[in-house]
Write a protein that binds this ligand. Structure first.
Ligand code: SF4
Length: 203
């Protein structure tokens, strides 16, 4: 990163010191480090995952963004890249993995399936988008999105991280973060948060 990207605008630094000195804020410095070291979870669901794997290979190279270390454990990851069709059988596992990730954590919905069900939207076994269960930070359209589209999504995530502040970020607020209730898979998939509503409709 160039030091002029780290500098807070509005402060004049003498030209002879511009390579050695930066005047910045804690948020800017903190976000600079975080956005260049996001660790995605090594995890794919369907055909979009092939494009995700390809993006990590040498031709596209996510190492340029500091994101090449795909971790095999949610406990070491801060980016859940949902790449592929989310089936009702898989949704409880995805939510469980999300809950196991430490804060700060982010979610990218890669492709039409993860974003809204895609070509299988009306299927009996498919969830119409992972955002029904977990918060999504960036949606990437396409079926499948190209590696370039995924890179663009990663850049959008970096832009989002750049705007966050230590004062307002949820992981620095008082009290533990609430885990998202794991969906219950029976004859259909039930979101436990909607049980009172379902009971109300029944009565
Ligand atoms: S969006 Fe298209 S390419 Fe991606 S998982 Fe769905 S069907 Fe496959």
């Amino acid at each position: 990163m160039e030091t002029n990207e780290l500098n807070t605008p509005g402060y004049e630094i003498p030209s002879e010191l511009q390579e050695q000195v930066a005047i910045t804020t804690l948020d800017r410095l903190y976000n600079w480090g975080r956005r260049a070291s996001v660790w995605p979870m090594m995890f794919g669901l369907a055909c979009c995952a092939i494009e995700m794997i390809c993006t990590a290979a040498s031709r596209f190279d996510t190492a340029r963004f500091g994101m090449e270390i795909m971790r095999p454990s949610p406990r070491q990851s801060d980016l859940l890249l949902v790449s592929g069709t989310v089936t009702k059988k898989m949704a409880p596992t995805i939510v469980r993995l999300y809950n196991q990730m430490p804060e700060p954590k982010y979610v990218i919905a890669m492709g039409a399936c993860a974003s809204g069900g895609g070509p299988f939207k009306e299927g009996y076994n498919v969830v119409s988008g992972i955002d029904r269960f977990i918060p999504v930070d960036v949606y990437i359209p396409g079926c499948p999105p190209t590696p370039q589209a995924l890179l663009n999504g990663l850049i959008k995530l970096q832009e989002k991280i750049s705007t966050q502040s230590i004062k307002t970020a949820r992981w620095y607020q008082k009290g533990p973060a609430e885990a998202i209730p794991i969906p219950i898979l029976g004859p259909d998939l039930i979101d436990p948060r909607k049980i009172p509503q379902i009971k109300g409709q029944k009565s």
